[in-house]
Every structure is written in C-alpha cells, then in structure tokens.
Design a protein around this ligand. Sequence first.
Ligand SMILES: Cc1cc2nc3c(=O)[nH]c(=O)nc-3n(C[C@H](O)[C@H](O)[C@H](O)COP(=O)(O)O)c2cc1C
Length: 225
Amino acid sequence: MKYEEVINGRRSARGFLDKAVPKEVIEEVIELATRAPSSMNTQPWHFHVVTGEPLDNIRKENTEKNLEGVTPSREIKAPIGYEGVHRERQIEIAIQLFQEMGIERDDAEKRQDWVLRGFRQFDAPVSVIVTFDKNLENDDISKFDCGAAVNGLVNAGWLKGLGSVINSQGIMQSPVVRKYANIPENQIIMICVAMGYPDDSFPANKVVSRRRNIDEVVSFVGFDN
Ligand SMILES: Cc1cc2nc3c(=O)[nH]c(=O)nc-3n(C[C@H](O)[C@H](O)[C@H](O)COP(=O)(O)O)c2cc1C
C-alpha cells in the first residue's frame, strides 16, 4: 500500500474477528510506530500489549466499576465535556456510528449496549496500553510525542491488515489497567489502543468520519497567491 492508501483507508475498527494476532505482527507494527519523531529523540513511550485473561480482567473490572458509578480516574487531563464546534463534531461521529449500527436516538438499551462495548474495548483480541515516563509528567511535549507514535501505530496496523481504535473508554479506571497490565510505578497511562483483525461485516467498521476542509484548517502566510 502507498502512504496515501494507508492514511485515507484507515478508519477506526469497533468490531473484530475472533482471531489471535501473532506477537510478531504486533512487534512489526510497534517497530514502525516507534519511528515517530520525538522531542530531542527522547522516545518517552512504552507499549504494554495485553491479551487473553489479563485483558478480560481489565474489560470486566472496567465495566463493573463504571457501572457502579466509580469516578473515572485518568492519569492525564481529560476533557470534562466538549462545547461548541468540538461538541458538534463529537455528535456528528456519534450519529454516523449509531446510524450504521441501527441505534435509534431514544433506544436506551442499544445505546447502553454500545457504551458497554466501549468499556470492553469492543472485545478486541489485543489492547495496547501506551504509557510514558513519569518524570516527564509535567511536560506537554511528551504527550505530543506519544500521540505521534500512536498515530504511527494505528497506521502501521492498518498496513498489516489490523484494525484498531484508540480509546479512552478502556482506561477510564486506570488502577484496574495498572493492576492487570503490570504498569510500573514510574510510568503514566496515556491511552489504549484496541487492536485485532477487523470484522468487515460489523456495521460500524464501514463508517468514514468526516474531516474539515483544508481551507478551514490552513492559513498560508507569505505566499504569492
Ligand atoms: C485520544 C482518543 C480517544 C478516543 N476514544 C475513543 C473511545 O473512547 N471510544 C471510541 O469509540 N472511539 C474513540 N476514539 C476514536 C475516535 O472517535 C475516532 O478516531 C474519530 O472519530 C475519527 O474517526 P476515525 O478514527 O475512523 O478516522 C478516540 C480517538 C482518540 C484519538
């Protein structure tokens, strides 16, 4: 695949085949992801690749705690709630996903089922928990660096036939993730990425999210025309 094909073809996968992902494939994907640039080449990231029983334990306890109403405990600052254009874009993608999944606006049961799927990281066979070194906690640039690596991760995964969804829902109860994924004390949990072979028959996997036109996001300065 050409670079454009990977970038334009990739979309988040939220339905996966019940098929194990070989460790070697994940190693290849992480190797590509870690070619990401980072500030002063500090490479502050770590990837904890979780599958099988530990991942099932994370899904189960994350779901239980969220349903019990335990206050989410993220280890980096998370948005309290989007407003304005950001909220509009959040709603737009939710509408696209719900339409494809046949979830009506007032169907509380199906909506709840969708939320629960998110808490279970969409039952993906693998979850990659991305962390960074705690001594860089007060430094925004390390989060920027991790973002670059995670973008590389999902694109490299797509190149190798893997679908993935970067997700906050899976790490809402960080102590649970810490416990079962054995995250060392000197690392901060940034995000997780659910990964596996995508189920092409899963409706939400067809959704192509829209992007703002480049006229809206770019301003050129000092050009002749
Ligand atoms: C930091 C971050 C957190 C996300 N959290 C979730 C999540 O909790 N649940 C989910 O279904 N998708 C989540 N997503 C996926 C986004 O909804 C998705 O990337 C966006 O709608 C664009 O769609 P695309 O990935 O298909 O291009 C997250 C993405 C990012 C970058």
